[in-house]
Design a protein around this ligand. Structure first.
Ligand code: AHR
Length: 531
């Protein structure tokens, strides 16, 4: 994982440039911010896969978070929590990456199929026992229940091409092989569909500490032999093969991107990739030491400054990819991102438990906006992680469940899934605190699949409201309606006892002479449709 955010000396201009073409630092607290959208200048598709999730065998991410077992008193369907499934269906999760993370490079799929499961260990994450009760069939059932696609990461670090090839045959073949019969006997005669295949995870680090050249030689072998046999998935675009990519902007990672992409440019019929993974967490300092709750404006502005560095990181690696793949055939898939803070006091440090606050909701919106502005190259992303781990959507404690502020951002942004990007012009203004300067406002716009114009605004300033004057070229806007998310403090959170502290509320705008004015509360994210 990258330790993004260790540099505090980034200049204001560099920081502002990160957020895209539209931002310049000149508005003041009292000024209105004029935002114009030209609806005739439709850009590329904002791929729904940028709203992907990540579920690793880590802490309570799978066990307790998803899986409680069929005999549990917690309402479940075949062992999978009904409350969690309902919550995830509402945010239309496009894909779930599983089983890791670092765990993937120690995962042996055979331990997790059949009646007799092997109890093993999870040395990466707390050294706890892994019952393998949640294996291939349970994961597929879960993904099916939430209506999502499958993103499986295969074991390159401690597995073999044969093991991975047999897992794919087990999951996908419709022909009467021994593995097909075993899958049918285990309850699933029909082949599974796999939309994305990760070839290793962080192979430069927990995935085996490989050099880029060594990884490349391994990746070609896995790309060649790990086949999807599902008759309905014979077009190679139907299962995207994702190679391990960079984890930051240091030379070792720019070298990594160079090595893989240079090879891709010369690739032959016998191997191929459709995506390059990138991991980038907002950490602040390594090891993670920022508190996830109980912080003030200084930590709020520092963390947001770090998170905005995502834009420069994407630009840097996209530029390398452009050299070798100007047609942008290979997607950049940010399949681990989000805030990584100090473990909550009293929790197992190996379980990566942290709180989720309004700051995280704003952080999520800023990153989704960055991904949308890079939609030509960034066609997938997976926030880490879905339940009970890091910047989670959902927290559970036995029968209790609570939805985090970040969950609500993913819910509010649903209209952006597979929408068409529209350029937005505005002067962001500047919010400054304690030597940190940030854009005050951020915004993206898109034409949704529903044909409506959708705009997302973020007011980063925790103290001042902002008045937006919205002008849509070629459209006489009559009204807007949507939702806004804010709370009284930057570290406001939802808890099991008080689950509705940070929840979206309706927002609407007045129309005058074809222009709309909208007041954004301090420290808020709003998503509206314009009629
Ligand atoms: O998300 C936690 C861990 O962070 C993942 O297992 C690993 O890929 C990354 O370093």
């Amino acid at each position: 994982m990258t330790k993004r955010g260790v540099r505090f000396e980034c200049s204001l201009l560099a920081g502002l440039a990160l957020t895209g073409l539209a931002l310049t630092p000149s508005a003041t607290a009292t000024e209105k911010v004029a935002i114009s959208i030209d609806a005739s200048k439709a850009g590329v598709q904002i791929n729904r896969n940028i709203f992907g999730q990540f579920a690793e065998h880590l802490g309570h991410g799978i066990y307790d978070g998803i899986w409680v077992g069929p005999d549990s008193t917690i309402p479940n369907t075949r062992g999978i929590r009904n409350d969690v499934v309902a919550a995830l269906k509402a945010i239309k999760v496009p894909n779930v990456r599983w089983p890791g993370g670092c765990f993937a490079d120690e995962y042996h799929w055979r331990k997790g199929v059949g009646i007799q499961r092997t109890v093993s260990l999870n040395p990466n994450w707390g050294g706890v026992t892994e019952t393998n009760t949640f294996g291939t069939h349970e994961f597929m059932d879960f993904v099916d229940q939430i209506g999502s696609d499958v993103y499986v990461s295969i074991n390159v670090g401690s597995g073999t091409p044969q093991e991975a090839a047999e897992w794919l045959e087990y999951m996908t073949t419709a022909q009467p092989t021994t593995l097909e019969k075993e899958r049918a006997a285990n309850g699933h005669p029909a082949p599974y569909k796999i939309s994305m295949l990760g070839i290793g995870n962080e192979s430069w680090d927990c995935g085996g500490n490989m050099t880029p050249e060594y990884y490349l030689s391994q990746m070609k072998i896995y790309s060649r032999f790990v086949r999807n046999f599902n008759p309905a998935q014979q077009d190679k675009e139907q299962m995207l093969k994702i190679a391990v990519g960079p984890g930051g902007d240091e030379p070792r990672w720019t070298d990594w991107t160079e090595t893989v992409m240079k090879a891709y440019q010369q690739h032959t019929w016998s191997w191929d990739i459709n995506g390059l993974s990138m991991h980038s967490y907002t950490v602040g300092h390594w090891p993670p030491s920022y508190a996830s709750v109980g912080f003030g404006e200084t930590e709020y502005s520092q963390i947001l400054k770090h998170t905005l560095e995502m834009d420069a990181l994407i630009s840097k690696h996209s530029a390398i990819m452009d050299k070798y793949d100007p047609q942008k055939r290979v997607a950049l898939i940010i399949d681990e991102w989000g805030a990584w803070y100090a473990p909550l006091p009293g929790s197992n440090p190996g379980f990566l438990v942290q709180q989720n606050t309004l700051r995280d909701a704003i952080l999520a919106a800023l990153n989704l906006n960055i991904f949308a502005r890079h939609a030509d190259r960034v066609r997938g992303a997976n926030i880490a992680q879905m339940i009970n781990v890091l910047q989670a959507m959902i927290m559970t404690d036995k029968e209790k469940m609570v939805l985090s502020p970040t969950y609500y951002i993913f819910k509010m942004y649903v209209p952006f899934q597979d929408s068409t990007f529209l350029p937005v012009q505005f002067n962001s203004g500047t919010y400054s605190h304690d030597g940190i300067s940030l854009p005050r406002v951020d915004a993206i716009a898109a034409e949704g699949k529903d044909g409506k114009l959708w705009v997302a605004f973020t007011n980063l300033d925790p103290n001042e409201a902002v008045e937006i004057e919205l002008n849509v070229t070629g459209v006489t806007a009559k009204s807007t309606s949507g939702e806004t998310l804010t709370a009284s403090k930057v570290d406001s959170t939802n808890s099991f006892d008080a689950p509705n502290i940070v929840v979206p509320k309706p927002i609407s705008a007045k129309a005058q002479g074809g222009k709309l004015t909208l007041k954004l509360d301090p420290k808020s994210v709003s998503v509206v449709s314009v009629e």
